[in-house]
Design a protein around this ligand. Structure first.
Ligand SMILES: NC(=O)C1=CN([C@@H]2O[C@H](COP(=O)(O)OP(=O)(O)OC[C@H]3O[C@@H](n4cnc5c(N)ncnc54)[C@H](OP(=O)(O)O)[C@@H]3O)[C@@H](O)[C@H]2O)C=CC1
Ligand SMILES: O=C[C@H](O)[C@@H](O)[C@@H](O)[C@H](O)C(=O)O
Length: 325
């Protein structure tokens, strides 16, 4: 079993370790409520060495993650809850001051846990709708986020001990600066799209300088059979050539590159062999020449809210999309 290296993030207990690779749990069919991952698949991840799960209220995977942890405890695979790090996220329909604490309590109920390790604001926007089953949503459901009010709710979650750390996801450089101007508890993490085809140099440097850990999502470009993913990473000639010359896979080259950028990674696989493969990145490194070749890959972001969340133009989403470019 591979032991995943840890990095440190700020928390209610001072600096706390977080495993640098998390098992992602988002799928288009899960979000739509059509087919959600089984707990036994996630227990398999614990068996091969994963100790960090990335879930979210909208993924519908909080329950199976919780059941997998309970099973791992029952079977002796782990000895205590504290061996597992759980990240979950506040969905946009609860991004109001008075809805944040009830939302984390619901997530904890789904997980069957007393606390999560990290709670993130999923997107800097608000949705006025009861349930989200994947986009598109009606344009009139979208509203601007009152960041100060939502963050006070997040801080309350940490102060109540419902989460050890709080952070954000899909926040631009500008939005984090705004947040830092009033936050009593600064964000510990910013989870963003990042891979060799969307390298995010500016925001990673800014986050590092401010003690915020960046977590990369879509590290392999996502599931290319759905609108949430693309083939540019897995079919990239530059990555393929490097992979071939080192006897590694394209996925491993992308993940190793991310690891060498000093970020943590949420990578999803529900296949045991690929789960293992994705952890095989810690006992070798990329050369200067390989890093230079990756640096020159043309850049292209994938996840835009307009087109995914709404089909028409929307001012609130257009602003978020533009900021994240
Ligand atoms: N904060 C946010 O807004 C977002 C957060 N996320 C989080 O980040 C996680 C990772 O992102 P995700 O979208 O899942 O995309 P990934 O980049 O992790 O790609 C997942 C896809 O790649 C396949 N795959 C995994 N490993 C390999 C491998 N070694 N070789 C070939 N194919 C492979 C998986 O298939 P298989 O399972 O069959 O192996 C799946 O189709 C999510 O699951 C979620 O937890 C994602 C999007 C947005
Ligand atoms: O924009 C709408 C999409 O459903 C988007 O919210 C998801 O891709 C999500 O960010 C995730 O974390 O998987």
């Amino acid at each position: 079993m591979v032991t995943i290296p840890e990095t440190m993030i700020s928390s209610s207990e001072g600096l706390r370790p977080v495993p640098v690779i998390a098992m992602g749990t988002a799928t288009e069919s899960g979000i739509a409520g059509i087919e959600v991952v089984t707990p036994s698949t996630l227990t398999e991840a614990i068996k091969v060495g994963y100790r960090h799960f990335d879930t979210a209220a909208i993924y519908r995977t909080e329950k199976p993650v919780g059941e997998a942890i309970a099973e791992a405890l029952r079977s002796g695979l782990i000895k205590s809850r504290s061996e597992i790090f759980i990240t979950t996220k506040l969905w946009c329909n609860s991004a109001d001051r008075h809805l944040v604490v009830p939302a984390i309590k619901q997530s904890l109920k789904n997980l069957g846990l007393e606390y999560v390790d990290l709670y993130l604001i999923h997107w800097p926007l608000k949705l006025i709708q009861d349930e989200y089953n994947g986009g598109p949503v009606p344009n009139e459901c979208v509203a601007a986020l009152d960041m100060k009010a939502a963050w006070e709710g997040m801080e309350e979650c940490q102060n109540l001990g419902l989460t050890k750390s709080i952070g954000v996801s899909n926040f631009s450089f500008k939005r984090i600066q705004q947040l830092l101007s009033f936050a009593k508890i600064p964000p510990a993490v910013n989870q963003i799209e990042m891979n060799p085809h969307w390298q995010q140099k500016k925001i990673t440097e800014f986050c590092k300088a401010n003690g915020i850990l960046v977590t990369a999502y879509l590290p392999l470009g996502g599931d290319c059979n759905t609108a949430l993913g693309h083939k540019r990473v897995m079919e990239c000639d530059v990555l393929r050539d490097i992979a071939k010359s080192k006897g590694k896979t394209v996925a491993q080259i992308s993940l190793r590159w991310l690891y060498e950028q000093g970020v943590s990674i949420a990578v999803k696989s529900f296949n045991t062999e690929r789960m293992k493969q994705n952890l095989g990145i810690f006992d070798w490194s990329l050369t200067e020449n390989e890093l230079n070749k990756i640096d020159r890959i043309p850049q292209c972001r994938h996840l835009y809210l307009i087109g995914t969340l709404v089909t028409q133009h929307n001012d609130v989403l257009a602003e978020i999309d533009a900021e994240l470019d």
